[in-house]
Design a protein around this ligand. Sequence first.
Ligand code: FE2
Length: 245
Amino acid sequence: MRPVSPGTNLLELPTSLLQQWIDEHRFVVLKGFAPLNGAALPDFCRGLGELLEWEFGAVNDLRVDPKTKNYLYTNRAVPFHWDGAFLSRSPHYIFFHCDAAPDAQAGGETLFCDTVRLLAQAPSELQKLWQHVAITYTTEKIVHYGGRFSSPLLSSHPTLGFRVLRYAEPVEDLNPVQLEIDGISKEQQPGFMADMHRRLNDEECCHAYRWETGDVVIADNFALLHGRRAFANQAERHIRRVNIL
Ligand SMILES: [Fe+2]
């Protein structure tokens, strides 16, 4: 979505309209609006709901930190997940503000998988099997999240009611995430994870969003899973992210 006059203030967009678009399309891309500098960013996000306050505050600065002990702050890929998974309450929206985008060929796309579409494409016998699957996730709390929690693979969208998939891929990187899968035999688990990886990346339900500086993206964290492609070593990529409950 672009404004008629470039540089229009985002506050001119009614939040009810934004929410309606997100409900319908899962994520909305806003280009050509005036950047939200400093406190203007969380102020705008408050219009969409209560902000999730992490240890660092509401705004997560996603960029490479050479001293990091967590893979999110590297240039490497981020497997699919949903935000706030390790909390008792997940945020509804994820707000991204791109302050610096890598060059077009440098990678760093954010991957959005529409799990409603994924489920629509999965054969019914497979969905029957998935109904009995629950996964326990474990990670050491080194940055702002961590611990251990369990989630059924299939859930329902808390506000829209339709069925969604809740799945986070294992992380084998700095600050790894381990999965214990109930409802599938040990022998079948590698095949299950490989099949899920293929389904999540299927272009029928997965969109690789290539960032441009100044972009704003607002995504439905309940319906989508998201991840990131790796980006070039020297590429600059800075995204400010806010979770909205
Ligand atoms: Fe995330």
